[in-house]
Ligand binder design. Structure first.
Ligand code: GLA
Length: 367
């Protein structure tokens, strides 16, 4: 009897240690900002084992990684595919997560037909505007009230602050942004409307983005937040550069959303735009050095980098509304395939077994 009682006490003790000690990101940062993750179809469909419990413990927000991009949700002119979107919303509701739609107007992962007429020539501006408005109406309209924030326009500027010469810009001129935001506000007046881009830490780019956003607002257009994608490296950009971006966005009157956080630990071939990039690099140990595992010193650097970033975001918690990781764990990071296909990267805070990387809470001073 005594033996049985002792065993049961021991078992409950082990259980308490196991469950009680596992801190969740979403709870630990709850007084600062939402903690989000980008998710894919297998995760929202419950087909990836462990994804639900990871979500449950750590994340208070989800972003559609690919499934709401034009090519997937609207592959042909008269064909929409809402299989992902519906599952995404339902899964987010089940987890009481703040849901982010990504993205309505972008130049990538958008089919060619969008910008062409039946003869394959560039579409005239009136028809392209109609196509864009119809897309926003159909996709956003379906989820009005069920997706709380949208990346309305993604990546409209070059790093030097010039307008990106995308087909949107070339055919419609800079007015395409205003058109998109006006339509988005009409489809769901309560949704948080975001302009999202990478390298917002670059002053020229940020100035152009903020000028655009302020001028829209001055015309009465609803635009609430600037999304900083935050695809960073181990020691670049600096915390000071990131901090300046946060304070500038806030001073201009917009919420800061850290929308696509990851930290690339792999070397980057300098000609990373080269066409045949993917052919040789993945096979070479020089460019894919950690196939067998990340060396401990680099993992420590990575964990410290994440802790430094999270502390910075916390210091600006009244400005930063959300911090979203671009993927749940290393096995799902796009950086395994960019800028070189088939490498083994370690860009996230959770490893391939979905475990939090060791030392994070210690680095945060929250052990
Ligand atoms: C950009 C896009 C994301 C994603 C990443 C990496 O940051 O906004 O949707 O495609 O590139 O793939």
């Amino acid at each position: 009897m005594l033996k049985k009682t002792l065993i049961s006490i021991f078992v409950s003790f082990l259980f308490a240690v196991q469950t009680g000690e596992e801190k969740g990101l979403k709870t630990e940062f709850a007084d600062s900002f939402l903690v989000g993750t980008a998710v894919n179809l297998n995760q929202v469909n419950g087909r990836e084992s462990g994804a639900d419990s990871l979500m449950n413990l750590h994340f208070s927000s989800i972003t559609a990684e690919n499934g709401l991009k034009w090519a997937l949700v609207h592959p042909k002119e008269h064909e929409f595919d809402f299989a992902f979107g519906d599952a995404f919303v339902a899964w987010g509701e089940k987890h009481h997560a703040y849901r982010v739609g990504h993205t309505l107007v972008w130049h990538q992962q958008t089919p060619k037909w969008v910008f062409q007429n039946e003869q394959g020539e560039p579409l005239d501006s009136a028809s392209l505007a109609n196509r864009m408005l119809h897309h926003i109406e159909t996709v956003m309209g379906r989820y009005a009230g069920r997706i709380q924030a949208w990346d309305v326009v993604n990546e409209a500027f070059e790093d030097d602050g010039r307008w990106r010469k995308s087909p949107w810009f070339t055919i419609l001129g800079e007015g395409f942004i205003e058109m998109a935001f006006r339509k988005a506000a009409q489809m769901d007046p309560k949704a948080v409307l975001i302009y999202n881009d990478y390298n917002v830490w670059k002053p020229e780019k940020r100035a152009a983005i903020l000028e655009m956003a302020k001028s829209l607002r001055a015309k009465g257009v609803k635009i609430d937040a600037i999304g900083m994608q935050a695809h960073y490296r181990l020691d670049f950009p600096s915390l000071a550069q990131i901090e300046k971006a946060i304070t500038d966005i806030h001073e201009a009157g917009f919420e800061v959303h850290v929308t696509e956080l990851d930290v690339d630990v792999l070397p980057r071939p300098s000609d990373s735009d080269g066409a045949d990039l993917n052919i040789n690099f993945a096979a070479s140990p020089k460019w894919n050095p950690y196939v067998e595992g990340l060396p401990q010193d680099i993992e420590e650097k990575l964990v410290k980098r994440y802790a430094d970033l999270m502390k910075l975001f916390q210091r600006h918690k009244e400005k930063v509304k959300r911090v979203t990781f671009w993927g749940m764990h290393d096995g799902r990071s796009w950086l395994n395939n960019w800028p070189v296909r088939g490498r083994t990267n370690y860009a996230l805070l959770f490893d391939r077994n979905k475990s939090l990387k060791p030392g994070f809470w210690t680095e945060m001073g929250r052990d």
